[in-house]
Design a protein around this ligand. Structure first.
Ligand code: AMP
Length: 297
């Protein structure tokens, strides 16, 4: 079976990272960037996004190398989206230092005829109004919609987010986001409430504890691969989504695809910025997926 085509929208960024071991510098980032590098190992990815005239040549090179279609990647005069993050001693908690929308402020996605037909749509972390714009232009009625979000959008643009959720099949989020979105602190109750909002399947991400999938009332636990040394957790969520959606588009079951997502995320956190994702070796990826399978279900 040939892989289904993925349409991915999200941020493409220049990140500033400050890590607990003293490293601090600028690097390529963004939810669509991490997603692309992860998902394109499994299935063709068409990118929808925008960068400014300051976007580095090396970044554009990576996009050209990994994307199957860049028709809807706009390059415009102005500044690329910038995000700064500082991690704390436990690596799990981080503070956003700044978010500068730059060219995203006036971005309006315009899908090419080919991109209106894509089979799987990944709505990466970005303003829900832009996620909606993409969905509105999709003409594939059998599409599968996977959505990722964050506390910022739940707190600032909840109405738009709720419209996106009505059109979403699978939602990815963490425990805090689930309770923030629903106002319910009990996780199982929060997930049931989310299913009422639209997504029939909900994936709750739990960092180094793995994740679990809720379909109807059935719950499946997916383990995480125990990484020896964390170098930089940035992009773990987006690369988890990339491995997951990529493997799903390739034709794997949702549970199998979540294991792939978990394995890909483990490589991401081992390198600074996107470096860990670029270095993935096929044998080691298979080994990690098998190790996760043994610990799951
Ligand atoms: P993650 O560590 O999976 O949450 O992803 C981090 C990436 O998300 C970074 O590369 C950022 O550029 C990007 N990011 C952070 N905040 C936002 C935001 N408000 N909108 C879109 N992308 C963001």
């Amino acid at each position: 079976m040939s892989a289904r085509t993925i349409l991915a929208v999200g941020s493409i960024a220049i990140d500033w990272l400050e890590l607990p071991d003293g490293r601090e510098r600028e690097t390529l980032g963004g939810s669509a960037t991490y997603f692309l590098l992860a998902a394109s190992r499994f299935a063709p990815v068409h990118v929808v996004g925008i960068v400014g005239s300051d976007f580095p040549e090396a970044g554009m090179h990576l996009f050209k190398k990994h994307a199957a279609n860049l028709d809807d990647l706009q390059v415009t005069h102005g500044k690329t989206f910038r995000w700064g993050g500082r991690y704390h001693g436990d690596w799990e908690s981080r503070t956003t230092l700044f978010t500068e929308l730059g060219v995203f402020e006036t971005f309006r996605p315009a899908l090419s005829p080919v991109n209106r037909k894509c089979d799987v749509i990944f709505l990466g972390n970005i303003q829900p109004s832009l996620q909606l714009d993409v969905l509105d232009q999709s003409e594939n009625h059998g599409r599968v919609v996977v959505c990722d979000t964050m506390n910022l959008w739940i707190e600032t643009t909840k109405d738009d987010l709720l419209k996106v959720l009505q059109l979403t099949d699978i939602l990815l989020l963490n425990e805090q986001e689930a309770s923030l979105l629903t106002g319910v602190s009990d996780l199982e109750e929060a997930v049931s409430a989310i299913q009422e909002l639209g997504p029939s399947q909900v994936v709750v991400k739990r960092g180094s504890m793995g994740s679990f999938l809720v379909t109807g009332s059935e719950k499946t636990h997916i383990g995480a691969f125990p990484v020896k040394t964390v170098s930089d957790p940035t992009g773990a969520g987006d690369s988890f989504a990339g491995g997951f959606v990529g493997d799903l588009a390739r034709g794997e079951s949702i549970v199998e695809a979540l294991m792939a997502g978990s394995a890909v995320a483990s490589f991401c956190v081992e390198g600074f910025g996107v470096e860990g994702l670029i270095k993935i070796e096929e044998d080691e990826l298979t080994h990690r997926i098998n190790a996760i399978r043994e610990k799951s279900l």
